[in-house]
Design a protein around this ligand. Structure first.
Ligand code: BES
Ligand code: MN
Ligand code: ZN
Length: 452
């Protein structure tokens, strides 16, 4: 028998007509209660004024609850959604719903089945948009969750070519020979100890050529062992997610293309594995970049900034008007802001614009300072810069200051540090206990916002 559920208001007459049911629903402090009445499974939702994120979280919780109960289909109608949330919010509800049913079960025998959602009376375009947004975030999640022997730089670049093959996105892959020709020396150096060759991927989507060019640069470290400056600790499995910034770029460009957004965007993705080997870069070695800047590699675990530098220089060659880079860059941002909000660095007005975009999208960011007085701490005795600061504090700021050296001064640049938010520590709302897919919505919505 098909298991079906009905999403209704907690004040719905079918529930309140029986005193015991009404009391049961009311006594639960949770935003929704599932209850069986006359053979029908109801999801009773408390009426409340909810913002978009609260709607997404609510929908995600219901979807994962019903999935656990093996419910095949749930129905609601637009008026119910409007009543329980204080407004229609169809897109947010669908988005949260689809993500709440997300799982990465490729390597597990037990697999769940999503509960399908039917919203009677909903505008089909709003439903589709919610699905497309969720699909884009799920794409980023899948990439992040994938293990590093499968998603290595070579395989990742091939995936990008395949994924965007039948779309309006043009994908170009630079192999090692091409990287050498183009003097992408950060990517070459960081990846030189890995059995997987380095790659640099460019994704071009020209939805409207008259719009300002936006470059999205994403850190694509498919595994970060630290290199010769080897990481310690018990379980480093999470370091397969060190390509989270690149996953955000993939998800964002997917979303922009699927929604036919009138934007002009290029994704720039350096892909490497940071591995310890006798061929690896050793601390003390110097990288000279295409823009002339030389960098002493003081610590091979500060590798993200070394490859982003090539991406930022490339953004300058593209003459992008807006440049956003995004990376799982520092443990320091995690300690500063926790795991629910990322940090954004750059010119204040731009950073605040991104903060607003993040609030609506669910990918939250908070503006962080570019304290130029700390620039001295990046000075090297025998190169122009070194890749770590000597300060012992403000690690996320000094990483941002390092990156700034590679940004075209004419560009409007922002740097997003998403190291804290790459993974959810528990299943909650529309998040599973795995990769968050952070950044896809943020980058796509920010690109749309600056293209107005
Ligand atoms: N990928 C890490 C940052 C990171 C840490 C991301 C934890 C997600 C969770 C990055 O490459 C790194 O190792 N950063 C170092 C920089 C330090 C050597 C200056 C860090 O934050 O400790
Ligand atoms: Mn590292
Ligand atoms: Zn890293």
């Amino acid at each position: 028998m098909t298991q079906v559920a009905m999403i209704v208001s907690a004040k719905d007459g079918r529930l309140t007509k029986t005193l015991s049911t009404a009391q049961y629903v009311e006594q639960n402090a949770t935003p929704f209660v599932t209850v069986m009445v006359d053979g029908t499974l109801y999801v009773a939702v408390k009426e409340e004024k909810r913002d978009e994120e609260a709607v997404r979280m609510l929908a995600g919780s219901i979807a994962s609850d019903l999935k656990g109960r093996r419910v095949e289909r749930a129905t609601a109608d637009v008026r119910t959604l409007a009543t329980v949330n204080g407004r229609e919010a169809v897109t947010a509800f669908v988005e949260g719903w689809e993500l709440g049913g997300y799982e990465f079960s490729k390597y597990q025998q037990k697999k769940g089945t999503k509960t399908a959602l039917v919203i009677d009376g909903a505008d089909e375009r709003e439903v589709t948009l919610g699905k497309t947004r969720a699909e884009s975030v799920a794409l980023s999640r899948d990439l992040m969750n994938e293990v590093s022997d499968v998603l290595n730089p070579v395989g990742y670049a091939e995936w990008a070519v395949d994924h965007f093959a039948q779309t309006a996105v043009d994908v170009t892959v630079f192999d090692r020979a091409e990287l050498e020709r183009r003097e992408m020396n950060g990517v070459l150096t960081v990846g030189q100890g890995s059995r997987h060759e380095q790659r640099f991927v460019e994704l071009r989507y020209e939805g409207d050529a008259s719009k300002p060019l936006v470059a999205l640069v994403g850190k694509g470290v498919t595994f970060d062992t630290g290199g010769i400056s080897l990481k310690g600790g018990d379980d480093l499995s999470d370091m397969r997610m060190d390509m989270g910034g690149s996953a955000a770029v993939m998800g964002a460009i997917h979303l922009l293309e699927r929604t036919k957004a009138p934007v002009n965007v290029v994704g720039l993705v350096p892909m490497v594995e940071n591995a310890p080997d006798n061929l690896s870069v050793y601390p003390g070695e110097v990288i000279t970049y295409k823009n002339g800047t030389s960098v002493q590699v003081a610590n091979t675990d500060a590798e993200g900034r070394l490859i982003l530098a090539d991406g930022l220089i490339r953004a300058g060659e593209w003459e992008a008007e807006y440049v956003v880079d995004i990376a799982t860059l520092t443990g320091a941002i995690h300690r500063a802001l926790g795991d629910k909000i990322g940090g954004v660095f750059g010119e204040e007005a731009l950073a605040f614009e991104m903060k607003k975009v993040g609030e609506a999208s669910g990918d939250f960011v908070w503006p962080m300072p570019m304290t130029r007085a700390y620039n001295d701490s990046l000075k090297s005795d025998y190169a122009d810069l070194k890749n770590i600061s000597t300060l012992g504090f403000a690690g996320a700021t000094t990483a941002a200051l390092f990156l700034e050296h590679f940004v075209d001064p004419k560009a409007k640049w922002l740097h997003v540090d998403m190291a804290g938010v790459m993974e959810a520590s528990k299943a909650e709302g529309y998040y599973a206990k795995s990769a968050t897919g952070y950044g896809a919505r943020l980058l796509a919505d920010y690109t749309v916002a600056v293209s107005k």
